[in-house]
Design a protein around this ligand. Structure first.
Ligand SMILES: [Zn+2]
Length: 106
């Protein structure tokens, strides 16, 4: 990641408070930083104890997220219906990793 990319990514993170979730895809679009770099940066912050990984179900059919957020991959139901369009969602096809802020020294 270039220095400007890193600066933009770090600036973006400053807007988050403890208890809020960071969506890597959205962060990539907002900052113009490639998604793989976003994941690397966020994973470093997990190691630093600033973020934890959570999971959310994303429906590819209607393009919406479920309201429920899961603490672990194992806690996602094996098969459930999209809250918005009733499509079947499974952990493997529909889970996305999101990052919860647990320390606001970002
Ligand atoms: Zn749906």
């Amino acid at each position: 990641m270039s220095d400007t990319g890193l600066d933009k990514a770090l600036m973006y993170l400053k807007f988050f408070d403890v208890g809020q979730w960071i969506y890597p895809g959205l962060m990539s679009r907002k900052t113009g930083v490639e998604i793989k770099h976003i994941y690397s940066l966020l994973d470093i912050l997990v190691d630093e104890g600033l973020l934890i990984i959570n999971y959310e179900s994303y429906c590819h059919i209607c393009g919406k997220f479920d309201i429920e957020i899961y603490e672990t991959f194992a806690s996602i139901p094996h098969e459930h219906k999209c809250e918005h369009c009733e499509s079947t969602l499974t952990p493997l096809d529909n889970s996305i990793v999101i990052y919860k802020v647990i320390n606001n020294e970002l």
